[in-house]
Each structure stands twice: as structure tokens, then as C-alpha cells.
Design a protein around this ligand. Structure first.
Ligand code: FMN
Length: 304
């Protein structure tokens, strides 16, 4: 590891966790339970992520959005999956026991439609030894105020003030890029006790049915991800890392070691791989290797 590329080639500390390398998964983009069914014990022996982030869990079970749920872009996709999940009790009963067998720390991603719902989730997972940290997905409207929790610094302060005292586990606030001042939201999260922030979540986008001109996706709009959002992610991670002192998890369009290195250089401590794992389920291991090789390389001779 070189001082210039911290954490790239060896272990990295994050919110009190010791991780083998800086590459984790982005929530909702790698189903570790299905992957274990497909790859068996080999998945556990060669687990590609240094920590595993669950897909979003809500208090009540959700079916998700009506189909179609995906639209492929030239470099990425728009998804309107709509966060289908078994709900808190189904997750505790079925998914948590399976995910606790993974050989890496488990980060559970939760989302509530009110501060009270987020509090229920933080309290429930906060007392589980299997859970190393919580990621709060705040990209949804608060039904009590109508405001998207993660788009407004005041909303984020109120939310954190409510849930921070409920658990000693690290709280990672997953910021939405669909906000006018993302660094201001990050600062508010830090001031109210967040241990880390992660970004970017998907960017709102839309596709039309080529014949009818109607919205293609069942959810009308969806979230854009993949290489298309990479430059936006880099700019937002750079701005947020300059605005806060807590660690930043960078993500958005990472498809190779160089993309991961860029986010680390922009100030991220960890890098999450998302959409690329759909194209190549082994992407994270490749990206970690490419990153380590880049970090070990001597600085390239000046090209100009
Ligand atoms: C199919 C799909 C499902 C996703 N599900 C979730 C989710 O459940 N919770 C969440 O916080 N983010 C979710 N995301 C957002 C990703 O975690 C990530 O923030 C975003 O896709 C940007 O990274 P990427 O360009 O590498 O995919 C999802 C993204 C995709 C493409």
C-alpha cells in the first residue's frame, strides 16, 4: 500500500470495523443468499466484498413496483424495482440467519416512511449481534412532512436526533443525489451523530415506450445507475468528503480498479460496487485486484 492510495492494497478501518480491503457491495445489487445457492461454499471461501450491505429492509413487507422494472441504457440502467422485501419480521426470521454466515461484517440497509418507522428498524437491528452497522436509506418521502428525508438538512437532523440514541452501532447515512445541496445534508448528518455517509444513490430518470410514448417503467420514473452516473458520483463524493470529517463510502458507476481509485482519491474510505455486479457477478474481486495493483504501482511518469 502506498500512502498516496490509502487502504487500496491492504486492510482498512471503517467505523471501528477492520475490513480486508476497501471494496464492498452497493445495497440491492448483489443477492448473497441466491449467490450462495448458485455457487455453494465457494462463495464463502472467496467472498468478493470486504463487508456485505443488505438490500433495503422496510418495516412492512413490500411487493415492489409493477413491471416493467428495468430499462437498459447505453452505459447503465434505470431501475424501478421499488424495494421489494420481506419486511422486518420476515428479514429477521429468514434472511438474517443466512447472511450472518457470511465471512464479512454485515451492514443492514433500512428505510422507513416516517422517523418512527426508522426508529423501529434501528432499534430492532441495533440489538442483533449479527449486525455490524446500519445504513439508513433516506431517499424516500417522510409521510408526515411530505419531504424527502435525505434531500433536506433539517429533516436529516430531526431523523438522526430521533434514532441516534437508539443504537450504539455505527449509523451510515446513504445520501440521495436528488438534493439541491448534498454536502449540506452530509454536514447535518454528521452534526446529528452519523458515523459515516455513503453516496450516491441512484439519480431520478425516465424512459418512454418507443411505440406509445407512455412511461416505460411501472413506477413511471426510476433510478439511473452504472457508468452513466460515474462522473456525477465522483463530483458529489469529492464535495461531500471535503465537507465532513466522518468516513465516506463512495459509489456510482464503478466498473474497474481505476474508478475505485478515483473515488478513494476524491476522499472516500470505502468504495461500493453496484450495477457492475449484474454484468459480472465476480466484478468486485476483479476491481479489488485491479485497485491493489494500481496502488502498488509506482507513480506514473508525467505524461505532459
Ligand atoms: C437494481 C438496483 C437495486 C437497488 N436497490 C437498492 C436498495 O435496495 N437500497 C439502496 O439503498 N440502494 C439501492 N440501489 C442503489 C445502489 O445501491 C447504488 O447506490 C447505485 O446503484 C449507484 O451505484 P452503481 O452505479 O454502482 O450501481 C439499487 C440499485 C440498483 C441498480
Amino acid at each position: 500500500m502506498s500512502a498516496e492510495h490509502p487502504g487500496a492494497g491492504t486492510g482498512v478501518g471503517f467505523c471501528g470495523l477492520e475490513l480486508a480491503h476497501p471494496i464492498i457491495n452497493a445495497s440491492g445489487t448483489f443477492d448473497a443468499i441466491a449467490a450462495r445457492r448458485a455457487f455453494g461454499e465457494e462463495l464463502l471461501e472467496r467472498f468478493p466484498f470486504a463487508a456485505f450491505v443488505s438490500k433495503t429492509v422496510t418495516v412492512a413487507p413490500r411487493q415492489g413496483n409493477p413491471p416493467p422494472r428495468l430499462w437498459e441504457l447505453a452505459a447503465g440502467m434505470i431501475n424501478s424495482i421499488g424495494l421489494p422485501n420481506k419486511g422486518l419480521h420476515g428479514y429477521l426470521e429468514h434472511d438474517l440467519p443466512a447472511l450472518s454466515e457470511l465471512p464479512v461484517p454485515l451492514i443492514v440497509n433500512v428505510m422507513g416512511f416516517s422517523a418512527a418507522e426508522v426508529a423501529t428498524l434501528v432499534e430492532a437491528f441495533g440489538e442483533r449481534d449479527e449486525v455490524a452497522a446500519l445504513e439508513l436509506n433516506v431517499s424516500c418521502p417522510n409521510v408526515e412532512t411530505g419531504l424527502v428525508m435525505g434531500a433536506d438538512p433539517h429533516e436529516i437532523s430531526l431523523l438522526l436526533e430521533r434514532v441516534r440514541p437508539l443504537s450504539a452501532k455505527p449509523l451510515i447515512v446513504k445520501l440521495t443525489p436528488n438534493a439541491s445541496d448534498v454536502p449540506a445534508v452530509a454536514r447535518a448528518a454528521e452534526a446529528a451523530g452519523a458515523d459515516a455517509v455513503s453516496l450516491i444513490n441512484t439519480i431520478r430518470g425516465m424512459a418512454l415506450h418507443p411505440a406509445t410514448g407512455e412511461a416505460w417503467l411501472g413506477g413511471i420514473t426510476g433510478g439511473v445507475s452504472g457508468p452513466t452516473v460515474r462522473a456525477i458520483a465522483l463530483a458529489q463524493v469529492h464535495a461531500v468528503a471535503a465537507a465532513v470529517s466522518i468516513p465516506v463510502v463512495g459509489m456510482g458507476g464503478v466498473a474497474g480498479g481505476r474508478d475505485a481509485l478515483d473515488l478513494l482519491r476524491a476522499g472516500a474510505t470505502l468504495v461500493a460496487v453496484g450495477t457492475e455486479s449484474f454484468r459480472d457477478p465476480a466484478a468486485a474481486a476483479r476491481i479489488a485486484q485491479e485497485l491493489a495493483a494500481l496502488a502498488g504501482d509506482p507513480a506514473p511518469a508525467s505524461l505532459i
